[in-house]
Each structure stands twice: as structure tokens, then as C-alpha cells.
Write a protein that binds this ligand. Sequence first.
Ligand code: FAD
Length: 442
Amino acid sequence: DTAVVLFTRDLRVHDNPALAEACAGAERVIPLYVLDPTLAGLSGNRSRFLHQCLADLREQLRERGGDLVVRTGDPVAEAIRVAREHDAATIHLAADVSGYARRRERRLTDEGERHRIAVRLHPGVTVVDPGVLRPGGGGDCYKVFTPYFRIWSQTRWRAEAPVPQRVTLPDGIAAGHLPAIPDGDSPHAAEGGETVGRRRLTAWLSSIDGYGIDAYPDVHDDLPADRTSRLSPYLRWGCLSPLALAEAARTRDAEAFVRQLCWRDFYYQVARVFPKLSTEPLRPGGDRGWRYDEDALAHWQDGLTGVPVVDAGMRQLRAEGWMHNRARLITAAFLTKHLGLDWRAGVDWFFRWLIDGDVPNNSGNWQWVAGTGNDTRPGRRFNPIRQALRFDPEGVYVRRYVPELKGIDGPAVHQPWRLPKPVLDYPGPLESHRDEAVWLRG
Ligand code: FAD
């Protein structure tokens, strides 16, 4: 018999439970990806990365005797059509949490029922399935990280799914055309695909030359060192299995790193229960009266606030489609706590550029920073200069991304307004934000 595997954001052959089960249970398997025109608004960076992933997945499947079957249209209608054309009894796919994904799952299940096609949902997008762990005192999800981490760490994780040796397509099926890889927006963006992701993972785990998982606890906050894993885009698109990564990290006793992977799971289980995470505050009444200031927002987006560490982060985002976590914290706090602008504007801008951008992690983290979400200290303030001096003490990170300031040596680069001579092509701190005393107070 025949089974369809509908790939969505699990673009890999290693530890892919949907693919593994399909291959174990059916003689013929149709690995399917449906290009959904309603997602055509995907940013250039994400679109490029996705297409690189698809090209690589096709290669991986061809090496195993199969192919990636590509169709265009509504994923539900196309999956059902392909299943019916080839008499498939089952459609397998990875369960996901966003509102869009869950509507798609429901529609697929309903349509499947109508045509007597079984729809099977599989784990694989997170380490522990969202929704499995429930707080003792009631409630649908954990809202505070530490107790979640405790339970999550003690949970028995599923076994990794085997990589299929062979994928056998039904006779005569047309593989379909994969469009050329589009241009991205960022000149220095990561390259997509399971092959590149696995290469990076191996380098990360082998920890050679001070880069890698062993040094992580000491250097993960060091802005110029840039020694976090940079695996987030590969996790976002499922080129890497979060479970396999967490297992590998756990066997190396890399607790600090495993903890970060748990943050990822944490926000997924929040997003599953709060589908409006990107638009509504998690804490009822959590929104403050946000200011409306288009000019200040544009300066923030363009990396022209006049606060070098903030501008460096915002320019890294555009140059690479990625930003260091410490810089994400600093720039997000600056937008919400200092400029007093709405966190949703930040969510949208990050989403536009980040290759790893997804609803749970992007919106979840923004709400944490804005104090509308899971932070146990919502009034927390961030002093950007103190942060800069602590995490970029010599100003190396700033000079890397803000060329106008290249000529200023050492930590003085963090406060150019204090220099005897102004830097001509770099702005002074924003009009709305001139009073240094106010923002150094944080
Ligand atoms: P590492 O430090 O090597 O961590 C390993 C992995 O752990 C990451 O790849 C990621 O999957 C996970 N992780 C680490 N920190 C966090 C965190 N705070 N929350 C959730 N997961 C985490 N991460 C995203 O994947 N997508 C986003 O859209 C996103 N938006 C963010 C927005 C803001 C305002 C902030 C403050 C953080 C955001 N993060 C997001 C979390 C974090 O900044 C990135 O995951 C991290 O910088 C990715 O780089 P890395 O892979 O080198 O991380």
C-alpha cells in the first residue's frame, strides 16, 4: 500500500517520525511538499532558506531511491488529491502549534475522513510534545519557566526515529518542479538545508578551537565572540531534530545549552494554548499605554537610534537575518522600555528579517522583554550602556556592525556623544530620547 508524508517544517530525513513511520508501514511512500501561495508573503530571507532546504531534502530523498514530490496550492487539497490519485490510505505529518498549522491539521483530518484517508500526526517539532506536561495546580500550560524546566528534564523523551534506508515512490508519479532559489534580503544569511545543518551540528558538538558546546556556558553572552551555536534557523525549519540535539547535549552534560533548548519547548507549549501570542498580551491587562512614534520606530528599525549597541544589533539583523540573543534582549528592551513603543511593532520587524523567526519564540520572547508575558519581574529595566560595557567591553561588536564608528577605539565607542568631537555621519541619540539621565537609570 501507499502512504503520503506531508512535509511542513520538518525538512529532514534524520529523526523524522512522520517519514520513518510511513516508510516502516507502507511499501510505497510519497514525500510531499506543497508550495502554499498564501505564504508567498514570506520574507526574502525565509523564502530563500526554505527553498535551499527543499532542494537539499530532494537530494536526500533521491539518494534513498525516492524524491520530493512538489505541488503548488492549498496543502490540504493537494495532499488529499495526491493521496487519492495514488490510492494512499494514510497521510502522515508533524504536529505543530501555530493557529495556521492547527487549522490546517483540522481541515486535513476532516477532508481525510470524507475520503477515508487516515491522517496521522507525529512528534518532532519540539523535544517534548507541547501539551503533554501540565502544571499540578491546573491550567493548560506552564507560564513560568523554572518549574517547566524541572519537569521537562525529568520527562522520558521519545526514542529517535530511524533514518529510512529506502524510499519507494509509486510508479509514474511526477515529482514536480522546484522553483529556483530566490534571492534573500540579507547578504550574510545562513544557508538552508539538512546537510549544512548537520555539518554545523557536528562542528558544534566537537568543540574545536574554542567554538562549540563545551565553551557555551562561559561565552554565550559574549557579543563579539559570537560563540553561540547559530543552529536556530535549522531548528526553525526542522533541518535538525531538536530531540537529537538535546540528547547529544545531554550526553555531554551541557546543562546550560539543554536549558536553552527547553526555552524553545517552553514557548511552544505556551503558543499552543495562546494562539494569539503575537497580538495579545499573555498577562491579562499586561499592555501598558504604548507610545505611537513612527519616526522613533523607523530609527530603531534602521539602526539609527544613536545608541551604538542597539544600532549594531539592528544592523546585524539586516545583514545576517539573525541576531545574537544578548543583542535581541538589548534592542527589544530599548524599543519597549526606553522608547515606550508597542512590542507588536518589534515582533513584526523581527519576523520580517529573522530566518529563525517563528510565532512561539519570537512573540514569546518579545512578550517576556516587554513585561506582558512570562517574566516573573515584568518591571525589569535594561540599561543599554551598562549592557554594552558588560557584554562588549572593548566595543568590538559595535565596530563590526556600525562602520561610522570604526575610528573610535575601545569602550568609548558606546557613548559617542561624550567624545570631544562629534562623529559626523552618526546620529546623536533620538530626539524623543535625549535625556541620558533617564535611560541610564534602568
Ligand atoms: P544558542 O544560544 O546556541 O541556543 C541554542 C538553541 O536554544 C537556539 O537555537 C534556540 O532554539 C534555543 N533558544 C535559545 N535561547 C532561547 C530563547 N530565549 N527562547 C527560545 N529558545 C531559545 N529564537 C528563535 O528561535 N526564533 C525567534 O523568532 C526568536 N525571537 C526572539 C526575539 C527576542 C526579542 C528575543 C530576546 C529572543 C528571541 N529568540 C528567538 C531566542 C534567541 O535569541 C535565539 O533562539 C538565539 O539567539 C538563536 O541563536 P543560537 O542558535 O546561536 O542560540
